[in-house]
Design a protein around this ligand. Sequence first.
Ligand code: ZN
Length: 200
Amino acid sequence: MAADPIQRLVRELARLPGIGEKSATRLAMHLVRSPKPQVRELAQALIDATEQIGLCSVCMTLTADDPCRLCADPRRELETLCVVAQPSDVIAIERGGHFRGRYHVLHGVLAPLDGIGPDDLRIAELVRRLAPSDAPAVTEIIVATAPTVEGEATAMYLARLLKPLGPRVTRIATGLPVGGDLEYSDQATIGRALAGRTAL
Ligand code: ZN
């Protein structure tokens, strides 16, 4: 027997981050009562976004164009790379408007207890960007992972791995609330964290 359509909708919505059973039910009720063209537009937007978005082959962020807008921008400095855990961190730092370099997205942080090691992150792609090429060499890598145990461990691991390859490796100041995500930090805090970075 096919699942009840409303139950099915609630179940799918409840899979989304930050959406519990109660919110999922409320959203489902709202959607089934909404004008059909509006719901169709939402469904199409979901399909289009998920089908058209992929990873930038340079910085690994989520993008509809490859390379992404930031990697393709000739005004961005090639010498400085900011390493972040998630694509949402790129958006947060860009919102701050202080950073003129380029990014590299790891898609997570090292978490041995959860079985997440270096091979599960986009670290090999980062190392590849440091290989000699015609472009100006990367002289500084700013590690902007969150000041959590995993974020710090990831920063230390990257410093050990990358320093022998040439660039200075720095860490953003822990002006961010401990355990806080860049995603939720305000512009001034992000600016201070970047300005107060220290060598690893
Ligand atoms: Zn990119």
